[in-house]
Design a protein around this ligand. Sequence first.
Ligand code: FAD
Length: 406
Amino acid sequence: MDFNDTAEEAAYRSQVRSWLTANAPRKSGRVDSGLEDPASMEEAKAWQRKKAEAGYACVTWPKEWGGGGGASWQSVIFGQEEARHETPGNPFQIGLGMCVPTVMTVGNDADKERFVRPAVRGDEIWCQLFSEPSGGSDVAAARTRAVRDGDDWVINGQKVWTSGAHYSDFGLLLARTDPDVPKHKGMTMFWINMKDAAVEVRPIHQMSGASNFNEVYFTDLRIKDSQRVGGVGEGWRVSLVTLMNERLAIGGGAGGGHRTIFKLAQEISTLAGPAAKDAGLREKIADWFVQAEGLKYTRYRTLTALSRGQVPGPESSIGKVVSAALMQDMANTALELEDQFGIISDPDLAPLAASFQTALLAAPGMRIAGGTDEILRNIIAERVLGLPQDVRLDKDVAFKDIPTGR
Ligand SMILES: Cc1cc2nc3c(=O)[nH]c(=O)nc-3n(C[C@H](O)[C@H](O)[C@H](O)COP(=O)(O)OP(=O)(O)OC[C@H]3O[C@@H](n4cnc5c(N)ncnc54)[C@H](O)[C@@H]3O)c2cc1C
C-alpha cells in the first residue's frame, strides 16, 4: 500500500491547510473539559459555524443538509489537518457522530429537515440516552418505559452516564415499549426535547473535577408518536446504527505520547543517572512505540475501507481496546517520572501543562465508554477471530420474566 497522498489528495490537503491557517482559532482560557463555562461553549459553537459555512463541518454529508458533499478521504484529511491546530472543545461529537446520523438513516423526512442543518452548524446539540443503571454493556436491558397513550407516548425511568445532557437541546432515547417479548424485540427509539420540564438532568461529579456526564430522569414525559425514530419494537436495530457510528467515532485513538515521555525522561535525573538510560523504562517506551505503530496501520486499514466506499468491520474495535490501555499505562509512568510534581494538576504549574494528569484521570473512562475492554474483546473474539459465542441465556425469554435479582 502507498501511504503517500495522491496528487488529488495533496491538492485538497494544501487547500485545507491554507484555510485552517487563516481561520482556526486557538483554544483560549483554562482547559474546561466539561464545557461548563459559557465562553468555552460559545467558542466551540462559533468554530463549528465557521466550518459549516466553508463546507468543512460534516465533510461527507450532502450539501442540501449543510454538509460539504465531499468524499470520506477528504473528511479524513480535514481531521488530520485540524488536529494540528489547538481548536476549541467539541460538544458536537455525540450528536454529529451518532445521534444525527441515526436520524438521517432511520428518521422521517420531517425530522431530517428539522434537525440535520442546525446540528451541522452547531446551533443545536444532541446527547445519547442509552445506558441505564440496569445495564450499559447490555443496551437491550433498558428498563425506561414508554407507554402509548393515543397519539402520545408517556415516558418514565432513568438513564445514566449521559455525556453532555446538561448542555444538550435534544436526546436520542431508547425505551422499553413491550416487556412481554424478548428483550431485543420490545424496544423503540425516540428523540426528545432535553429542555422539557419532565426531564431532570443531575450532573455526576468526576474524579477529574469536571462533570461531563449526568443522570437523567423522566417523570411522565409526554411526547408525540411523530418523535419515534424507526418502527415500534425496532429500537434494537436502530440502536445498532447509532452504536456502529459510535465505534467509528471513538475507535481511532492516537499514539505519540511515548515520544513526549522519552523527552521527559531525558530531562529527569535519577540517583542512577538520566531516567532515559534506565533499561526498564527504555523497554516500556519501545513497547509503546510498537503498539502505536500497530494502531497507526490498523487505522490505515479502516481508512482504506472508507476510501473504497466500504463500511469498516469489527476490527475497528481493536483501536479503542489498545489505545485506551496504552494511554493509561503511559500516564501512570509519566506521573511516576514527574515524582512529587505528578500530583500538581494546575496546568500553569505542572510539567507539560498537566497533560499526563488529565490523561490519567480520563483513561479509566476511555476503557469503559463506547464498549468496555471486555465487551470489545468479546467482539474481536467472536466476529474477527470467529471463536464460539458467549452463552446467552435470556435470548428467547420475555423481558418481564428475566430475573432482576430483586
Ligand atoms: C466517559 C463516559 C461517557 C459515557 N457517555 C455515555 C453517553 O453519552 N450515553 C450513554 O448512553 N452511555 C454513556 N456511557 C456509558 C457507557 O456506555 C457504559 O458505561 C458502558 O457501556 C458499560 O456499561 P456499564 O457502566 O453499565 O457497565 P456494565 O455493563 O454493568 O459492566 C460492568 C462490568 O462487567 C463487564 N461485563 C458486562 N457484560 C459482560 C460480558 N458479556 N462479558 C464480559 N464482561 C462483561 C464489563 O466489561 C464491566 O467490566 C459513558 C461512559 C463513560 C465512562
